[in-house]
Design a protein around this ligand. Structure first.
Ligand SMILES: Nc1ncnc2c1ncn2[C@@H]1O[C@H](COP(=O)(O)OP(=O)(O)OP(=O)(O)O)[C@@H](O)[C@H]1O
Ligand SMILES: [Mg+2]
Length: 411
């Protein structure tokens, strides 16, 4: 898995980044999620009487013996920017294609705005899809590609021209209006496909890896653009991506998929802070996972005896566990304090030797080899006023974390 790279685009700075606890701001910008529409309190999924705009009900898709999507149940709400995230081949595109009507579920139903659309053809659904392979017409110019769907609908030419111009302006394609797809770069072609999907003004927009062909900087800008378009049109967006940072940046909620199964659905903040499994914890951001067995549970404090190192970790966690149960403690690197001196609190302190240091400007990563041979990563801000002695290779160090920062995982 690729860890989150340092933020290199300016868009990150616009967002209100959430991350609880005593996290240094540097690490929030680096790997913490933004909150979706921070001021609006937008969270329709918390409202039990709010009907979803899209409902997948026990949807399974088999190709021969192969199960591409396995009994997925999922609700998506109006105006959400919903991300399907997962590694290649986990079933993201298949799920989206079933919603668009290009694949039929083997089992289960798909309901849109209260209507069972499982048997409706694609053109009768209030959705429009931007494909992973943009599927542009090579013989048509940019503007006629964008207007294609509208001409099919029989829309008046004057209205088509307005819509096409609006869509081209949104993705900055005006200068390329008269070009053909083979006269455009990959990223520009992708923007044509995006503009074509936007021009239709669907109620639900499906985007399959819409930014895959863009470089890191353009991608950051395009994410911001997508969010702007989504917010200004009030359309429900469902985006497929295998880029966890992208999902964290743009979405109201994320479904993390694993081999056809939905592993977890939550806001970016909750996925990051409260992953439900090692799979999800590992998929989003960097994480340290310490294995152990529950040795005591009392008053909301769980004691975990470290599997192959000395010591017991104390953690406050709502997880329902019993003494003797095997568990994993997930700790984000920015929650680990790294010091030369033994910390005053002996609680949750382990020692080790620095194996590797990654300097990233405002922060550094320290990879520390601890008692059981495991490498544990800690982050530390590189502040100019630091009175602490610099930590470097081969140094003997201590890692310590507060009891309320770790997440106890049972799977
Ligand atoms: N028409 C098909 N026939 C047989 N197998 C298929 C078909 N379409 C998809 N699959 C298989 O179903 C699985 C899920 O495919 P899908 O395209 O949904 O993956 P994905 O999550 O979108 O991956 P990627 O990130 O690589 O696009 C894959 O293993 C794929 O090979
Ligand atoms: Mg795909």
């Amino acid at each position: 898995m690729q860890g989150p790279a340092p933020s290199s685009n300016a868009t990150d700075a616009h967002f209100n980044l959430t991350s609880g606890g005593a996290t240094p701001p540097q690490s929030q910008t680096r790997s913490g999620p933004r909150t979706f529409a921070p001021q609006s309190g937008f969270a329709p999924w918390k409202n039990p009487i709010k009907p979803p705009i899209v409902r997948f009900e026990n949807v399974t898709k088999r190709f021969g013996d192969f199960v591409a999507v396995n009994n997925c149940t999922l609700d998506i709400y109006e105006r959400e920017f919903f991300a399907l995230l997962g590694p290649s081949g986990c079933g993201k595109s298949t799920l989206l294609r079933m919603l668009a009507g290009f694949e039929r579920p083997t089992e289960g139903r798909i309901i849109v705005e209260g209507q069972d659309i499982t048997d409706l053809p694609p053109y009768e659904r209030p959705v429009n899809m931007m494909f992973q392979s943009y599927a542009l017409f090579p013989h048509m110019t940019v503007e006629s590609n964008i207007g294609f769907g509208l001409r099919q609908e029989g829309m008046a030419k004057s209205e088509i021209d307005i819509r096409v111009d609006q869509a081209m302006a949104m993705v900055e394609l005006m200068p390329f209006a008269k070009r053909k797809p083979n006269q455009l770069s990959g990223g520009q072609q992708q923007r044509v496909a995006l503009a074509r999907a936007i021009a239709k003004k669907p109620r639900i927009m499906l985007l399959d890896e819409p930014l895959g062909a863009l470089d890191k900087r353009l991608r950051g800008q395009a994410q911001f653009e997508l969010m702007r378009i989504q917010e200004s049109t009030g359309t429900t967006f469902i985006i497929v991506t295998h880029d966890q940072e992208e999902a964290m940046t743009v979405s109201s909620r994320i479904a993390v998929m694993d081999k056809g199964i939905i592993a977890q659905v939550a806001t970016p903040g909750d996925i990051y802070e409260y992953p439900g499994s090692r799979y999800v914890a590992n998929f989003i951001g960097d994480v340290n996972i310490l294995e152990g067995k529950v040795s005591a549970v009392s008053d909301g404090v769980i004691d975990i005896a470290w599997a192959d190192g000395p010591g017991t970790f104390k953690t406050r966690s709502a997880e329902n566990v019993t003494v003797g149960q095997q568990v994993w403690l997930a700790l984000r690197p920015e929650k680990m304090r790294i010091t030369h001196d033994k910390p005053e609190q002996s609680e949750n302190a382990i020692s080790g030797k620095v194996d590797d240091v990654g300097y990233l400007g405002s922060i550094s990563h320290y990879h520390v080899r601890v008692a059981n041979g495991q490498r544990v990563t800690a982050l530390r801000a590189n502040s100019a006023q630091s009175f602490e002695r610099a930590i470097t290779w081969e140094d003997q160090v201590w890692l310590q974390w507060p009891a309320d920062t770790g997440v106890v995982l049972t799977k």
